[in-house]
Ligand binder design. Structure first.
Ligand SMILES: Cc1ncc(COP(=O)(O)O)c(C=O)c1O
Length: 395
């Protein structure tokens, strides 16, 4: 059987029409299929490959760590060099109050951990989440999604979750002394890339302080220089109580974490002991990749590059009247077309023309521009030419 036949025969699939591209290797901003056709990656694996595919420094770090040890024991028992070195470096780049990290495997697990920590620390059990937010697909994280078509089949989910409108001050009063935490993406990713307003976040932060609710910022898509700051909350004058990270954290390897104040995170050590247990959380090979990836971001100033390169995209693409609007921060952009059908045609034609993009879970009228932040100016010119050519070719 061919790999394609094996894929459809044996794998559990999540949609009737998966893209089913058969990629043989990847490098930089490119994926190459088995016929050696190159595709420019405008998705970065949904905000994972911020430093590009097959980064040499990351590959070296992976090899070196794999030769020393891979898995030793459950997270939190042994002192593992890649974890502690990563913790020291990342936390040095964050505000002083965010000074402790708990390693997990994925974004969803980071959100689960953050919700458990908020319940344990505050002694409360209600949450405020936002319409059009996505925080993951495990049952706690899925409970934070207000879109019935995705959640209905899995009810009952967690009780005590209230959904409010993003950027709507009139609903801030829903945060009360019963609220354990408010969880927010300060730039909503799957909503089609919608940025919070500065004043709104300031008032939200104050309301959390007033009521004793924790503020959890989900940086799983927006983290690691994607939006033109190391983390998206740094565009705003707020400091979260907890941040969740994953995706680009591992520079292509699976890892996630929640970050909070040491006093708060210590709540996992008693009543009950082992407040969150994870076998593979902070896997040493992933942590080594994460450390090499973060060093690469800082050394190559990708934080500032993200914004500068986004400006080049915007300048070029605004010439096309089929694009009704461009929204976003840094290389985290969404382009609005007429309707869902036009976006679908664009995505299909884009594949033929050699680039990969997609729409959003909750906004089907927009497509993404979120390439690796290492994309060069020459590659941006080539990409924008291809986008404009593709827009010309579709209805
Ligand atoms: C903002 C956000 N939070 C959480 C998650 C869940 O992460 P994971 O798929 O690693 O569980 C995602 C994944 O797309 C996400 O975009």
């Amino acid at each position: 059987m061919t790999n394609r036949q094996l894929f459809f025969q044996y794998l559990g699939l999540t949609s009737k029409e998966p893209l089913a591209l058969e990629i043989e290797y990847s490098k930089g901003i490119y994926l190459f299929d088995k016929n050696k056709k190159a595709y420019i990656d405008l998705l970065s694996g949904f905000s994972v490959n911020n430093i590009g595919h097959q980064n040499n420094e990351v590959i070296t770090a992976i090899k070196e760590q794999a030769q020393k040890y891979t898995h030793l024991t459950v997270y939190g028992e042994y002192i593992q060099s890649p974890q502690v070195k990563y913790a020291e470096f990342l936390l040095s780049l964050l505000p002083n109050s965010l000074n402790s990290i708990y390693f997990v495997n994925s974004g969803s697990e980071a959100v689960e951990g953050a919700m458990k920590l908020a319940k344990r620390f505050t002694g409360r059990n209600e949450f405020i989440a936002f319409k059009n937010a996505y925080h993951g697909s495990t049952q706690g994280a899925l409970s934070l999604m207000n879109n019935e078509s995705f959640t209905q089949a899995f009810r009952p989910l967690l009780p005590g979750i209230k959904f409010i409108n993003f950027n709507d001050l009139s609903q801030i009063e829903d945060i009360t002394h019963q609220t354990a935490a408010v969880i927010i993406e300060v730039i909503q990713a799957e909503g089609g890339i919608i940025s919070a307003e500065k004043e709104y976040l300031k008032i939200l932060r104050n309301k959390c302080n007033e009521t004793g609710a924790l503020l959890i910022v989900d940086e799983i898509q927006t983290g690691f220089a994607r939006t033109g700051k190391l983390f998206a909350f740094q565009h705003y004058d707020i400091i979260p109580d907890i941040i969740t990270i994953a995706k680009s954290m591992g520079a292509g390897m699976p890892i996630g974490a929640l970050i909070a104040n040491k006093t708060m995170l210590n709540a996992f050590t008693n009543n009950p002991v082992l407040g969150h247990i994870t076998t593979f959380g902070g896997h040493p090979v992933s942590a080594a990749a994460a450390l090499a990836g973060l060093k690469f971001i800082i050394k190559n100033n990708l934080v500032n590059e993200s914004e500068r390169k986004a400006e080049i995209f915007k300048e070029k693409l605004k010439l096309c009247d089929k694009i009704k609007s461009i929204r976003g921060k840094g290389l985290f952009l969404s382009c609005e077309l007429n309707d869902n059908e036009q976006v679908n045609n664009f995505i299909k034609q884009g594949l033929l023309n050699g680039f990969i993009t997609d729409n959003f879970l909750f906004d089907k009228k927009r497509f993404r521009i979120a390439p690796p932040l290492t994309i060069t100016e020459e590659e941006i010119n080539l990409t924008t030419d291809l986008i404009l050519k593709t827009l010309n070719e579709i209805e």
